[in-house]
Design a protein around this ligand. Structure first.
Ligand code: PAF
Length: 221
């Protein structure tokens, strides 16, 4: 298993994979890996030739009152779990932002209400870093924790609105254990593999402040 810390090295690796047409699965995380993450990694392992896990505690999704410094960072344990799960590459940069970073991805509908109301700026930070990770890793598929339903909505909407070449795959709830069922969503991507309108239709499933009316991210909205 490779561990990469620089953006330049990550770009070189992903460019080589894209050139050779490898199917690359991305599991973006902030570390402190748990069973939910491992379920995503196992799924990626089954579906993809290469599996990349990113470990990056993204400062821009933390509010001023949220303690970024105290976020758990059990790096050794995380790497051991990744190795055991058959991950090919861990991308664990120290920093992903230039000092004068000034460009943000702001989704303005799905991000309203619920966590969006209690954590102003949170989804802007999430959408921005996820787009950066997509650009650096260039995954064919990406796997997100389904328990963060609003996050999944926001990313899905960003992908549709910005024409990110990513497509949601239908999920097969019966194929995963009940305990993990709430923690999986999959998107697929490849340069030139633009999302179909139908696959991204109606991606914001629940009204701002309302409850999800069906399992989040399970197939086309
Ligand atoms: O769900 C998370 O762990 C984070 O929000 C993510 C998607 C890795 C972006 O930092």
């Amino acid at each position: 298993m490779k561990v990469i810390r620089s953006m330049a090295a990550m770009r070189r690796e992903s460019a080589a994979w894209v050139r050779s047409g490898e199917v690359v699965g991305l599991v973006p995380t902030m570390g402190a890996l748990h069973e939910g993450h491992l379920t995503l990694i196992r799924r990626a392992r089954k579906e993809c030739r290469r599996v990349v896990v990113t470990i990056y505690v993204n400062p821009t999704q933390f509010g001023p009152k949220e303690d970024l410094a105290r976020y758990p960072r059990p790096r050794r344990q995380d790497l051991a779990l990744c190795r055991e799960a058959g991950v090919d590459l861990v991308f664990a940069p120290e920093n992903l932002y230039l000092p004068d970073h000034s460009t943000w991805v702001e989704e303005t509908e799905c991000s309203q209400g619920r966590d969006g109301a209690s954590r102003p700026g949170h989804f802007r930070g999430v959408a921005t870093v996820v787009l950066k990770l997509f650009n650096l890793v260039r995954p064919t598929r990406a796997y997100f924790g389904q328990k963060d339903a609003q996050q999944v909505d926001v990313i899905r909407r960003m992908v549709r609105d910005l024409d990110v070449p990513v497509r949601w795959s239908p999920c097969r709830p019966s194929a995963i254990p009940t305990a993990s069922r709430s923690v999986r969503a999959t998107v697929t991507s490849r340069p030139g593999n633009a999302p179909s309108r139908s696959s991204l239709r109606g991606c914001c499933r629940s009204p701002p402040g309302g409850k999800s009316i069906r399992p989040a991210g399970c197939g086309p909205g």
